[in-house]
Ligand binder design. Structure first.
Ligand SMILES: Nc1ncnc2c1ncn2[C@@H]1O[C@H](COP(=O)(O)OP(=O)(O)O)[C@@H](O)[C@H]1O
Ligand SMILES: [Mg+2]
Length: 247
């Protein structure tokens, strides 16, 4: 087995008296999709927020690319190569696709040889190339992303992560707000991320979505790891039993 890109051990996070996460361990490898399943309140979002720097753990260790890491905030995690895509995406609604791909990392050029200015032509052409490689169909790239559908916005966020070479992509309930055709498209996009050797953590409480993308499934129950299964060696029935604690 290849070395893990992300390795979590003994991760514990409490909010006052609430044990949101208790000693959770897992490994994630390049080219692998790990689905995270669990009932509401099981700790799924807390786990990924603790990995991506939104929360600081009370105990435990996170290793990324073989080294212990501690991200002060999501921006630090993103710069290191861990990108999180939430339901409510961090896109700037009023900006177009190119501007969103480069948000916070805009390329500059010099006008008349000295005046610094945003390199808009470069942002637009890089965005067009990116959208084409990801096989995403967008009506136009020069309109504010506000005018895009949920699935298209999701695709822009994933595209941005790929463009900036994220090694780990974390998606928290990405299919929740999508219609069926867009869910299919997202599943296809996740398959292409895996083929490009990205590591993906995919959170969903939809078992059909989980089984359509996951290599492995980890189940959380009340903040603890209830079990982990190879997707091809388990069933929806077994995963539900792990979720509710009757396995
Ligand atoms: N910021 C927070 N402050 C206090 N309690 C929280 C906070 N975030 C989550 N929790 C609690 O931690 C537990 C796990 O929540 P969460 O990680 O959101 O679960 P999931 O994403 O699996 O539905 C719940 O009991 C929730 O109420
Ligand atoms: Mg959640």
């Amino acid at each position: 087995m290849r070395e893990a890109i992300l390795s979590v051990s003994g991760l514990t996070k409490r909010f006052g008296g609430v044990h949101a996460l208790e000693k959770v361990d897992f490994d994630l490898h390049p080219g692998e999709v790990l689905a995270l399943a669990g009932d509401n309140g099981a700790g799924k979002s807390t786990l990924i927020k603790t990995i991506s720097g939104v929360h600081q753990p009370n105990e435990g260790e996170i290793r990324f690319r073989g080294r212990p890491v501690s991200f002060a905030d999501p921006r630090a995690a993103r710069e290191a190569g861990i990108e999180t895509i939430y339901q409510d995406l961090a896109l700037a609604d009023n900006l177009d696709v190119g501007a969103n791909v480069f948000l916070g990392r805009e390329p500059m050029r010099r006008i008349l040889g000295f005046l610094p200015a945003l390199d808009r032509p470069r942002m637009a052409s890089e965005a067009a190339k990116l959208i084409a490689t990801l096989d995403i169909v967008l009506p136009r790239l020069d309109l504010p992303v506000r005018s895009l559908s949920g699935g298209q916005r999701q695709a822009v966020a994933i595209g941005r992560a790929v463009f900036w070479n994220a090694a780990v992509l974390i998606m928290d309930e990405p299919t929740a707000a999508l219609g069926v055709p867009e869910q299919r498209k997202l599943v296809a996009l996740i398959h292409s991320l895996r083929a490009a050797d990205k590591a993906v953590i995919f959170i969903s409480h939809n078992l059909a979505d989980i089984f359509s993308v996951a290599d492995r499934i980890m189940v959380l129950r009340r903040g603890r790891k209830a079990g982990e299964r190879v997707a091809g060696e388990t069933s929806g029935d077994e995963i539900v039993k792990l979720m509710v604690g009757s396995a």
